[in-house]
Design a binder for this molecule. Structure first.
Ligand SMILES: C[S@@+](CC[C@H](N)C(=O)[O-])C[C@H]1O[C@@H](n2cnc3c(N)ncnc32)[C@H](O)[C@@H]1O
Length: 490
């Protein structure tokens, strides 16, 4: 017999693929430092009983790879078993409890300044809720289930060094904190909804894996790379400046998600550019049908047919290597009729140019450059002093609002709202676009530490900062302030 481990020590990774039935002797588990994807890797045989193997540090998350059979069983049987059992995922001590927490009844109720509120009706419009977000998410569920088009959250990053936000979760407790909240958040998203979660490199890898589990790998959309600063400033010797943060994006259902490009500031502007295809696979062999002569007259007019005095121009580069035109013959004929092609002598050679009119939108990319100082500047502009060091810049949220194709009646939720950047962003975006989108912000009544800018400015909780900020931002665009609700213990 193998060992005396209790079933509790057997760690299953519960990914979307169902876990196989437990073996009768559940003690032969193996913690693998590397990750293997389901079914592809070969099962390695156990050589040591877990009772004699070093145990993982308590509290640290670990990757599980397989639940091999009892040590004494045959290799063939072991292989068969592992083919079933191997799975990919992340597990950690406390995961089961964290999931259970997502489904326990809410502890408390929401209250307005006038008393208890049994349902948070969507018709309330903009809402600011003070309280523990997991409980608030549960209380939002009946009314906001399947109703939130965009969730943006900026949870504590677990860096352990933010005196105001409170940002120090130990090891797997960060996972236990984020997991149930994502589970509840998923239920609030519309079928075509998007969730975007800010993170830095402390927990990026864990976040992506947990989100894969909650939302499904097929619903992964992208990781936005936000370059928030340059490399200037003082650093400890040999330190690397942390220039980038990430925004991990998942859809509730990628098949239904519709993201749109960004408004093109040059919309409608026209410019002439080379009609010969440039860049990438530009050589003739890639599009032989698009290699043909165009006839150009001294006045620059272009034709597909030869005429007296016309010069034949081929799509060749300066060295004479043959390429191809941007369009085939039929489209080229249409574009000539529309006046979109012209001939021009450039450096002694005739070239064909095409007219390009900038479209209404440009593609959205997953790389953004926004100085993080803009977040601080905006907060200072609204509240008069620097009460927090690292609020997100409004422009980062604007980007998400733009690409999410929000329409009248859509709701944006942020349940780690902090200083209320998301509310501020929705307010200015709504004023700019005229789209009737509302926000729901949730943030805790976490006290600010004594001696910080927030405390010196007279704020006692982060929620007070957030509320003051969105009130000021609403004032800025002549909108109504949000309804305020508070989580009250039963
Ligand atoms: C990183 S900050 C968010 C900053 C925000 N994006 C901004 O621009 O100001 C995270 C916020 O979530 C709050 N928070 C942390 N845990 C929470 C919880 N369980 N419930 C509600 N709010 C929480 C913290 O107090 C903090 O204000």
């Amino acid at each position: 017999m193998c060992c005396s481990c209790s079933p509790d020590r057997t760690t299953w990774s519960s990914t979307s693929s169902p876990a196989p039935a437990r073996p009768r002797t559940p003690c032969c588990w193996r913690t693998a430092p590397t990750v293997a994807s389901a079914g592809r890797s070969r099962c390695s045989r156990l050589t040591r009983c877990p009772a004699t193997r070093p145990r993982p540090r308590p509290g640290s998350p670990r990757w599980t790879r397989s639940l091999p059979p009892a040590c004494a069983r045959s290799r063939a049987r072991s292989r068969r078993w592992c083919a079933l059992a191997e799975t990919y995922g992340l597990t950690w001590p406390g995961k089961k409890d964290a999931l259970a927490l997502a489904h326990t009844p809410p502890k408390g109720h929401l209250s307005t300044p006038n008393g208890r509120l049994d349902t948070v009706e969507r018709s309330l419009g903009d809402v600011f809720i003070e309280g523990e977000n997991l409980e608030v998410l549960k209380l939002l569920t009946p009314e906001y289930a399947d109703a939130v088009k965009l969730i943006y959250v900026d949870p504590p990053y677990n860096t352990g060094n933010d005196p105001v936000y409170g940002d120090d979760y130990r090891d797997s407790s960060w996972l236990s904190m984020i997991y149930p909240r994502l589970v509840r958040a998923r239920d609030l998203l519309t079928p075509d909804g998007l969730i975007a979660v800010s993170i830095d490199d402390h927990e990026l890898h864990h976040l992506v894996t947990v989100m894969n589990e909650v939302f499904g790998e097929k619903n992964f959309i992208t990781i936005l790379n936000w370059r928030k600063r340059g490399t200037g400033g003082q650093v400890a010797k040999n330190a690397i400046i942390n220039q980038v943060e990430y925004v991990v994006c998942f859809a509730r259902d990628a098949a239904q998600l519709r993201l749109v490009g960004l408004p093109n500031e040059n919309h409608g502007t026209a410019r002439w550019r080379d009609f010969r295809k440039a860049g990438g696979q530009w050589q003739r062999r890639y599009r032989p049908k698009q290699f043909f002569p165009l006839w150009v007259l001294p006045d620059g007019s272009v034709s597909l047919t030869e005429s007296p005095g016309a010069i034949a121009v081929h799509p060749t580069d300066a060295t004479g290597e043959e390429g191809f035109w941007e369009n085939g013959v039929p489209t080229t004929a249409e574009r000539i009729d529309a006046g979109e092609l012209r001939g021009r002598i450039i450096r002694g050679r005739w070239k064909i140019e095409q007219l390009e009119v900038a479209k209404q939108t440009t593609n959205a990319g997953n790389y953004l450059e926004i100085p993080s100082t803009r977040g601080t500047e905006r907060l200072k502009a609204l509240l008069g002093s620097v009460v927090l060091e690292n609020p997100k810049p409004v422009e980062l949220i604007h980007y998400l609002l733009h690409i999410s194709d929000l329409r009248d009646g859509d709701v944006v939720l942020d349940f780690f709202a902090g200083s209320g950047t998301t509310g501020d962003a929705v307010l200015s975006w709504r004023a700019e676009t005229g789209r009737d989108v509302s926000y729901v912000l949730v943030t805790s009544d976490h006290p600010v530490a004594a001696g910080t800018g927030a405390a010196l400015a007279g704020f006692s909780t982060v929620a007070e900062i957030g509320l003051a900020r969105v009130r000021a931002a609403a004032d800025d665009v002549e909108a109504l302030p949000p309804r305020t609700l508070k989580l009250v213990a039963d």
